[in-house]
Design a binder for this molecule. Structure first.
Ligand code: FES
Length: 169
């Protein structure tokens, strides 16, 4: 099953079996017994984890829920909360779920704000960096967790994450 699932995500780079976001998406879909009326909640999870809703995930969700992909695209483009593209050339997602919060997620968000003057949901004026917040990325024991583009950064802190942002942006 996991292998079949991963094949659907081949256009998301990089895709690894370690990406807890994919496992989490599958478990959310399963928890809702693949019911189409859970679509909004499922999409919220994807938006939270990735910072946007990739087309490949829309196709996968459509298949899982047995609804037309056009319907999912329609929902994603209707609601302002969802985005079909990363907000910013690079996306940084900070997990603020309970486990990550108690281990310093807010300190990391404050450090990013001090440096880049952006809060979750915003991007830098030059469009280079978009910042998002996630409720839980499904790997709580590795908190605080951040995701830069598609790289999961476990057990991070403000200094380490800023060093990565400075290097990549
Ligand atoms: S609370 Fe951050 S990964 Fe679960």
């Amino acid at each position: 099953m996991a292998k079949a699932v991963l094949n659907h995500f081949s256009d998301i780079q990089p895709v690894t079996k370690d990406d807890s976001r994919i496992k989490r998406l599958q478990s959310v879909i399963n928890r809702h017994q693949k019911r189409p009326d859970a679509l909004i909640e499922i999409l919220h999870g994807v938006q939270d984890s990735y910072g946007y809703v990739p087309l490949s995930l829309m196709a996968f969700i459509a298949q899982e829920l047995k609804v037309p992909a056009s319907r999912i695209y329609g929902v994603v483009t209707f609601y302002h909360f969802f985005s079909t593209k990363p907000r910013g050339e690079h996306t940084c997602v900070i997990c603020t779920g309970t486990a990550c919060h108690v281990r310093g997620a807010q300190v990391i968000l404050d450090a990013i704000h001090d440096d880049y003057k952006i809060r979750p949901g915003e991007q830098t004026p030059d469009g280079k960096l978009g910042l998002q917040m996630a409720r839980c990325l499904g790997c709580c024991s590795l908190g605080p967790v951040a995701v830069f583009d598609n790289d999961i950064i476990p057990k991070t802190d403000a200094k380490r994450l800023l060093a990565i942002l400075h290097e990549k942006i």
